[in-house]
Each structure stands twice: as structure tokens, then as C-alpha cells.
Design a protein around this ligand. Structure first.
Ligand SMILES: *Cc1c(COP(=O)(O)O)cnc(C)c1O
Length: 416
């Protein structure tokens, strides 16, 4: 089912017109489809039906409590990268026992909080981190369940900022050092080795890198077994891509087949997945209002009320998002090549460059598609812009799940 589509010339999220929401809440506004979000989670579950697994939604992709509550209600877990994300996951009712803690720079405080919450697994990324967690767990009289995140040096063929599994990357431990580190962790009584972890990058549109990583992880598990170290949980990270424009990402089934291709010889293994983008990316659009048209000799600009502080992906990664008018046949006249830019005082503040769009008058609404992942969660207050509202549409109804920030919100915590 298409949860976001035109119907009689109006763009709808589920049963609600984008223009109706935009008029009621103002713009910019992120509009999520509850149905699409849940359907993406269920599709992954279905693809995993023959495999022991735990799906841990990657909180940083989009971390609104209303979304995390859907994750909790489906009995799924969370992949977190900070104490703040742990706080959110627990608040939303995701039990600590279904949380995996990733990240290259966990602090002592975050580790203690995570131990306290009984997180399922710490994914360790360095020797020093292993020692610190060992000390903290020992002092707390606890045993921390751990995996090492290994860096298999696989090229995910994605944007360099979101490639994480190359050997130049800050993430993970080098593949060749894994066996030795596992051997050291085994000697620390306050650590219990349960898993092996890897996350090679984001927005992968080809299964080959996943398959190659799985093969290397399978080999490593065999080696560890020879050392008397049993890996029961294989955490394969996230990274499945989505179609922003004309990309053709693998299906959930093809993705799972690639992940399990090398693990069949470990029948007791439970697979952990940390999907973010593939769950929430296309379950949301960013609605923005056209403020001005500005035509120069060199370029035509459509100035809108959403900027790089709301959606930084185009500026940060050169990402391309499809942009649709909320009214399908909005402008009379031929398509025009325009750049859609925001109000922020940076030349890098654009949502799209040189895109063919119909003539757009001030007051019309545009939808920036595929804005759910790394959209609101990467937004900021730059230029003292209040962060956008978030809305969840479900059937004929919609609900504000985060109020637009006020000017008072902007100065909260400031001392003057
Ligand atoms: C960001 C991240 C994910 C999610 O990646 P997606 O590409 O959004 O699926 C999963 N695991 C880790 C460790 C991450 O840092």
C-alpha cells in the first residue's frame, strides 16, 4: 500500500491531505505515516521469519517518542548511540533488555546508566573502552554483555561520510585484531562475550557489501570458536538503503538472504539488525511553504520556509530528495529549472539544486520526500530558528507528536 500518494490531485499522507496539516500546524512540518513506519518494520520481521532474530530500530534515524512507542508495541528493540537515546527508548517502553548500545565514544556515565538499565549488549569499539566498561561493571557488581564491533574493510559504495566499515574509518576494531581482543575480553570477569557486531555504512543500495561483510564475520566466528569463544548474537548493523529518487535498493528478503548467506553453519545464532533509514526514511515528508520566487540571470530560486537547519542532508551529503508540490497540478505553464533554497544565511543552505518544478506562487506547499531518516533528528536551531513540528498521520487522523518550538524554547537554559 502507498501511504504517501496523490489522490484527486492532492498529496496525501494516509487519509490526510498535506495541505490540511500544513495549514493547521504551520510549516515546516515533518509528517510521518504511522502505517508506513509499522509496515516497514513488519516487512523486515516477515523476511526474518526463518531466522532467529531481534530487530533493534536505530533511534538516531528519527527518535520521536511516538515512533519509539510503535517500535515498543511491536515487541522490537532499539539500537542506541548515547545516554539520551537510552533515556528515550526506556521512556517509550522499550525494555533495556532489548537495547543494544553502539557508538565509538561511550562515556563512563553512559556506560553506568546502560548497565543500570540492563541493556542487552554493549558493542565495544576499542581496547580502552573494553577496559573502562570492565572496571565500571566490576565496581557495580555487574556483568556486562559485550560484542566487539569489527571493521571488515568492506566498501559500501555510499557517500564517504556514511561509509563506516572501511579501514580508514574511526569505527570498530580492525578485523585482524578482533581475535586477540576477544581473547583479552575473555579474561575480564565482569565482561561476558555474547556477540559480534559490524555496521559498514548507510544507504547501501546493493547487497554485495552486506554479503561480503557477512562472509568475513562468519569466518571470524569460526576462528573464535576455535579459541573457545562462542558467539551467540551476530549484530549486522543497519545500512539498507531507500529510494530517494531512482535508486533501486534490495528488498527486505534479498537483504536478509545476503546477511544469512554465510551464517547457516551457526544454527544457534541469533541475528540482530539495527535498521534506521529503511524503516523511517520514506515514511515521512517535510512540508514547506513557498515564500518567494527570485530569478536572476544566473539562476532561478524558489525560497521556502524550511532550511538546512531543518533538513541538513542536501547540504551535508549532497543528498537528493524528490520534491513534489502538495497540489499535483499547481502551476500553469512549463516546468522551470529552479533551486529550492531555505532562509538560512549560508550558501550551502539548499534543499534541491537545478530541479524541474512547475511555476510556484508564494503560499503553495512543497513536500520534500524521504525526509524521515536523519531529518528532524539532525535538525538544529542555527540562525535561532525554532525547530519544526512533527506530525503522525494514521488513517483519517493526525496527531502533533512534537510541537513546533517557541522563541522561549530557543533561550531555555540560557543565563543572562
Ligand atoms: C546509524 C547506525 C545504524 C542505522 O543505520 P541506517 O543506515 O539508518 O540503517 C545502525 N547501527 C549503527 C551502529 C549506526 O551507527
Amino acid at each position: 500500500m502507498d501511504y504517501i500518494r496523490y489522490q484527486n490531485g492532492e498529496l496525501f499522507v494516509e487519509g490526510v491531505a498535506v495541505r490540511e496539516i500544513a495549514k493547521e500546524t504551520g510549516t515546516p512540518v515533518f509528517i510521518y505515516s504511522q502505517g508506513a513506519f509499522a509496515a516497514n518494520l513488519r516487512a523486515l520481521e516477515a523476511a526474518l521469519s526463518q531466522t532467529r532474530h531481534l530487530v533493534c530500530y536505530s533511534v538516531k534515524a528519527s527518535s520521536n517518542l511516538a515512533l519509539l512507542k510503535i517500535v515498543a508495541s511491536l515487541g522490537m528493540g532499539a539500537d542506541i548511540v548515547s545516554g539520551g537515546e537510552l533515556f528515550r527508548a526506556l521512556k517509550a517502553g522499550i525494555p533495556g533488555g532489548r537495547v543494544v548500545f553502539s557508538g565509538v565514544g561511550k562515556t563512563a556515565r553512559e556506560m553506568a546508566e546502560a548497565l543500570d538499565a540492563g541493556v542487552f549488549m554493549f558493542n565495544l569499539e576499542s581496547h580502552e573502552e573494553m577496559e573502562l566498561l570492565g572496571d565500571i561493571a566490576a565496581r557495580a557488581g555487574a556483568v556486562a554483555h559485550v560484542a566487539f564491533r569489527v571493521n571488515p574493510d568492506v566498501d559500501p559504495r555510499t557517500h564517504p561520510y556514511i561509509a563506516t566499515g572501511l579501514k580508514e574509518s574511526k569505527f570498530g576494531i580492525p578485523y585482524g585484531e578482533a581475535a586477540r581482543l576477544y581473547g583479552e575480553a575473555k579474561k575480564i570477569p565482569s565482561l561476558k562475550i555474547i556477540g559480534l557486531d559490524c555496521h559498514i555504512g548507510s544507504q547501501l543500495t546493493d547487497v554485495a557489501p552486506f554479503q561480503e561483510a557477512a562472509r568475513l564475520l562468519g569466518e571470524l566466528m569460526g576462528e573464535l570458536k576455535g579459541q573457545g569463544i562462542a558467539i551467540r548474537y551476530l549484530d549486522v548493523g543497519g545500512g539498507l538503503g531507500i529510494a530517494y529518487e531512482s535508486e533501486t535498493p534490495p528488498t527486505a528478503a534479498a537483504y536478509v538472504a545476503a546477511l544469512t548467506s554465510a551464517t547457516a553453519k551457526f544454527p544457534d545464532l541469533t541475528l540482530i539488525l539495527e535498521p534506521g533509514r529503511s524503516i523511517v526514511g520514506n515514511a515521512c515528508l517535510l512540508a514547506t511553504e513557498v515564500l518567494y520566487n527570485k530569478e536572476t540571470d544566473a539562476k532561478n530560486f524558489v525560497v521556502v520556509d524550511a532550511g538546512m537547519n531543518d533538513l541538513i542532508r542536501p547540504s551535508l551529503y549532497g543528498a537528493r530528495h524528490a520534491i513534489f508540490p502538495a497540489r499535483e497540478n499547481v502551476g500553469e505553464g512549463p516546468l522551470k529549472k529552479v533551486s529550492v533554497v531555505g532562509p538560512v544565511c549560508e550558501s550551502g543552505d539548499f534543499l534541491a539544486q537545478d530541479r524541474l518544478l512547475p511555476p510556484l506562487r508564494a503560499g503553495e506547499y512543497l513536500a520534500v520526500m524521504g525526509a524521515g531518516a536523519y531529518g528532524f533528528s539532525m535538525s538544529s536551531n542555527y540562525n535561532s530558528r525554532a525547530r519544526a513540528a512533527e506530525v503522525l498521520a494514521s488513517g483519517e487522523d493526525f496527531q502533533v507528536i512534537r510541537r513546533r518550538e517557541s522563541y522561549e524554547d530557543l533561550i531555555r537554559g540560557e543565563i543572562y
